[in-house]
Design a protein around this ligand. Structure first.
Ligand SMILES: Nc1nc2c(ncn2[C@@H]2O[C@H](COP(=O)(O)OP(=O)(O)OP(=O)(O)O)[C@@H](O)[C@H]2O)c(=O)[nH]1
Ligand SMILES: [Mg+2]
Length: 219
């Protein structure tokens, strides 16, 4: 299906987000906007997600970075379709960029679309991309203070993937403290500790995806 963009979609983020959301719903594509600091492990998690789920779901990824095609190439190397957006200095993706990238994807043959936002704990949280779900990744080396210090990100996400738990023996991060801080800022959100490196906890992430996909089919 060819995506044609109207003028208002190109000039207004909320209009563009609405356009994307309608399209995703019509095409029964479940879309996750994945956000985190640089290096928290978004692409590694997506590589492992493609590795584990590619036989069950048709997966595509939109990658957002200031520069390079590196993350899209990592996803392509796993066998999934990936479109790279370069923001050339911009600190977040917006719905217009996503709408333009959709022209390179055939949504008719996609079940799950992951949008890896630009690595940044501030700007990405303020922009609706038309996604079904906003998910944050926080990693153990970033420290316990990130949830209270960057509340907007964690207020607006429904799931926090706490990545790199394989490093817990070497760093003074408290999972319980993170859970308590998240509960205070956003009681509706869940914290899921995992490691994209050792694969511990990944099955729970995959179950969450399965549930979200089933919910999306019922919309
Ligand atoms: N120890 C450990 N390292 C990890 C884990 N997940 C990712 N890494 C490493 O963390 C580094 C950054 O991972 P990426 O997946 O590139 O992080 P990202 O969030 O996509 O980074 P940007 O796209 O730059 O924002 C890489 O060296 C990964 O190998 C993990 O669970 N444990
Ligand atoms: Mg990345």
């Amino acid at each position: 299906m060819k995506v044609t963009l109207r003028t208002d979609v190109l000039t207004n983020n909320d209009k563009a987000a609405e356009f994307n959301r309608d399209l995703f719903q019509k095409m029964k594509v479940m879309v996750v906007n994945l956000m985190s600091s640089p290096g928290a492990g978004k692409t590694t998690l997506l590589e492992e997600t493609v590795r584990a789920l590619a036989e069950k779901y048709r997966i595509a990824v939109i990658e957002g970075d200031l520069a390079t095609e590196r993350d899209a190439n990592r996803i392509r190397a796993m066998g999934a379709k990936a479109v790279q957006i370069n923001t050339h200095g911009g600190c977040h993706l917006d719905a217009r960029m996503v709408a333009a990238a959709l022209a390179e994807l055939d949504l008719e043959v996609i079940d799950l679309l992951f949008i890896e936002n630009v690595g940044n704990l501030v700007c990405p949280s303020g922009y609706d991309l038309g996604q079904n779900h906003k998910v944050a990744v926080l990693s153990i080396p970033e420290g316990n203070d990130k949830i209270p210090k960057y509340p907007q990100m964690f207020m607006r996400t429904e799931l926090v993937l706490l990545n790199k738990i394989d490093l817990l023996p070497f760093l003074d991060f408290s999972v319980e403290e993170a859970r308590k801080d998240l509960g205070e800022i956003n009681p509706a959100s869940s914290l899921l500790p995992l490691s994209a490196r050792t694969k511990e906890g990944l099955d729970e992430w995959f179950s969450w995806i399965e549930g979200a996909f089933q919910k999306c089919l019922q919309l």
